[in-house]
Design a binder for this molecule. Structure first.
Ligand SMILES: C=CC1=C(C)c2cc3[nH]c(cc4nc(cc5[nH]c(cc1n2)c(C)c5CCC(=O)O)C(CCC(=O)O)=C4C)c(C)c3C=C
Ligand SMILES: [Fe+2]
Ligand SMILES: [Fe+2]
Length: 355
């Protein structure tokens, strides 16, 4: 009989019975990780500062040379902005859970998807993470692996791709994978700005909310988060994908272009951002005699500071101050039935061949 040398010497290593990482058995489970932007842990100065520092130190978000950006960020922005934005967050805070609405809603979306998936394949584990703050992407990727997931579908919850959102979420996921000896196999769900399942969900949701209003809007304004114009010129597809979402929604709604407008909100800093700006558009419409306005935000998967405070409160004031009379901020898809159906469709498509 020939003796075959064991590659592991006499360590007791048994190739036929190789356990998972750290001795844990692998069960061939499939993870689905929903990822959104992130949010502060509290509305106090230090929680806000920590969050803003992490966010605004990201080179995918701020592309300005560090030589110029560091003094500006550390000496000016991080001394003033945490208090001002902390007040805004406090006005929308989920006091029951002591967390921001974005966190509450993202968790609910994951629970909604988990319930839908449980009936399809018992091996699927759904989890959620935030690019900035908690729960961190690294922690949740590890948690999925601990539960036996050797394959993970990453789902950045941004219908339109931007380097400042989608790419940085994936950078963070790959940073976590860099630390692993035995990585799970990864798939990434594509942007869904033009996906019929998304267009159908946002228009059905919009029609449902319009039907519940006590007025009929003369104009619907489709407002997307803004981005420096420069990023578009460097090749970011975000602007064009927003345009496609807007056009497909308009076609699905059957509204004429002059009554179904689009704009970009949430400007930051003094540079030139994507135009037209939401606040200017709303003021101008009110001055031009538009009395009834609804604003919808299909670039946001979940209601957050930018929709609840900026669209729901700040821009409502601009509208009324300039002669507008009736104003509605339409909720995002959140964990509505429309969202449930859409996420299930997108995820099922990306899991093909795995289940
Ligand atoms: C400064 C540059 C920023 C870019 C570029 C940017 C792009 C971008 N952001 C979202 C989605 C969200 N942004 C949110 C908050 C937020 N965004 C920025 C800056 C940029 N965003 C800041 C500084 C903040 C924090 C609030 C503030 O200080 O103004 C949120 C809300 C988070 C929450 O907790 O509620 C979302 C969501 C997209 C889609 C996008 C695309 C280009
Ligand atoms: Fe943002
Ligand atoms: Fe804002």
């Amino acid at each position: 009989m020939t003796r075959v040398a064991s590659p592991a010497g006499d360590s007791g290593f048994k190739p036929d019975n190789h356990p998972g990482n750290d001795g844990r058995p692998l069960h061939g489970r499939i993870g689905v990780l929903l990822m959104n932007l992130g949010t502060p842990e509290g509305t106090d100065y230090w929680s806000m500062r920590r969050y803003l520092k992490e966010f605004l130190s990201d080179r995918r978000v701020i592309e300005t040379s560090r030589l110029l950006w560091w003094p500006l960020l550390n000496l000016i922005i991080l001394t003033k902005r945490p208090a001002a934005k902390g007040r805004d967050y406090a006005s929308i805070w989920n006091t029951e859970r002591n967390e921001s609405p974005l966190k509450t809603i993202t968790r609910a979306q994951a629970e909604q998807l988990a319930a839908a998936m449980a009936g399809i394949d018992g091996r699927i584990v759904v989890d959620w993470a935030m690019r900035y703050g908690l729960p961190s992407v690294e922690d949740r990727v590890k948690a999925l692996q601990d539960q036996g997931c050797d394959r993970i579908l990453m789902v950045p919850l941004y219908p339109q791709y931007a380097a400042a959102t989608t790419a940085t979420a994936m950078d963070q996921a790959f940073r976590a994978l860099m630390k692993m000896r035995w990585q799970p196999t990864i798939r990434v769900a594509p942007p869904y700005y033009n996906d019929p399942a998304h267009i159908d969900a946002v228009t059905r949701s919009l029609k449902g909310h319009l039907a519940k209003l006590d007025f009929e809007p003369e104009v619907i304004l489709v407002s997307f988060h803004g981005m420096p114009r420069d990023y578009l010129l460097k090749g970011d597809p975000y602007y064009c994908q927003c345009h496609v979402t807007w056009r497909l929604m308009r076609e699905a709604m059957g509204w004429p272009e002059e009554r179904f407008r689009m704009s970009f909100q949430s400007l930051f800093g003094k540079g030139e951002w994507l135009r037209p700006y939401t606040d200017e558009t709303i003021r101008a419409m009110a001055r031009d005699g538009v009395k009834r306005l609804a604003v919808v935000t299909p670039g946001f998967a979940a209601d957050c500071l930018e929709t609840l405070e900026e669209i729901g409160v700040e821009n409502a004031e601009y509208f009324h101050e300039n002669g507008g009379e009736q104003y509605a901020a339409i909720p995002c898809l959140n964990d509505s039935p429309e969202n449930g159906e859409m996420l299930r469709t997108l995820v099922m498509r990306e899991l093909q061949g795995w289940i």
